[in-house]
Design a protein around this ligand. Structure first.
Ligand SMILES: [Zn+2]
Length: 232
């Protein structure tokens, strides 16, 4: 496929690439198995690799087809995405640093988002720590109202599951402990639990955990046994 795209002129490549990508036969023979593979690799129940919401259906080109048609069929350029991130927010946007040309979008397959983004556990909103973080929040619409609300729900889910894990440990109930860990690991918006674990060891962690039951949860998230079970 890439060879076929390379054979046409520069100007014709985006439309050639889009045509091949949407071709009925290719969709059946290539795109469907590709989506199946991505579904298996995606965290939880087909969670979007940008926003973390579940039941994602789209394959997003990290580097858009319009930007680089030769990467249309590049496996490393394919991310499972929800329709909102793919079609309503990101679309063909791919900001680059005007001086270096480096992409100003976090690649969730190779980069740690928390080097670029800070999550308020109180509001569920992200703040960019770097230009790449700010552009990623803007391009992917990471602060959509529904996402912020859902992240607060995911935070509460972590708080409750930590309680269940602790009570399971007290009673020597391995099934209860395993269920609590599985729920945290598989719930949508896994970024919230990962952010909490990431922050818990930092000296100023109490700032991030300044929410109802936050202080208590922070103490538990420093427990090495629980951390070992939760860190993916
Ligand atoms: Zn999404």
């Amino acid at each position: 496929m890439t060879q076929r795209i390379a054979e046409v002129t520069d100007q014709a490549r985006p439309s050639e690439a889009k045509g091949l990508w949407k071709h009925t036969t290719h969709r059946r023979e290539l795109i469907t198995p590709l989506r199946t593979l991505l579904n298996e690799m995606a965290h939880g129940n087909r969670c979007c690799m940008y926003c973390g919401d579940d039941l994602s259906t789209d394959i997003d080109h990290f580097e858009p087809i319009a930007e680089n048609p030769l990467r249309t069929f590049d496996w490393l350029n394919h991310l499972l995405s929800c329709t909102a991130c793919n079609s309503s927010c990101k679309r063909d946007q791919f900001p680059r640093d005007p001086e270096t040309g480096e992409p100003l979008l976090i690649d969730p397959t190779t980069e740690d988002p928390f080097e670029h983004l800070y999550l308020s556990l109180d509001t569920g909103l992200y703040t960019g720590l770097t230009e790449k973080g700010r552009q990623t929040e803007r391009v992917c619409g990471l602060n959509r109202d529904a996402l912020a609300e859902a992240r607060c729900g995911a935070r509460n889910g972590v708080v409750m599951c930590v309680d269940v894990w602790l009570s399971g440990r007290e009673r020597g109930d391995q099934r209860r402990m395993a269920m609590a860990v599985q729920t945290i690991r598989e719930q949508p918006f896994a970024d919230v639990a990962q952010f909490m674990l990431h922050q818990a060891l930092l000296p100023k962690a109490s700032v991030a955990f300044a929410f109802d039951l936050g202080e208590e949860t922070l103490r538990h998230l420093r427990n090495p046994e629980l951390r070992a079970a939760l860190l993916i």
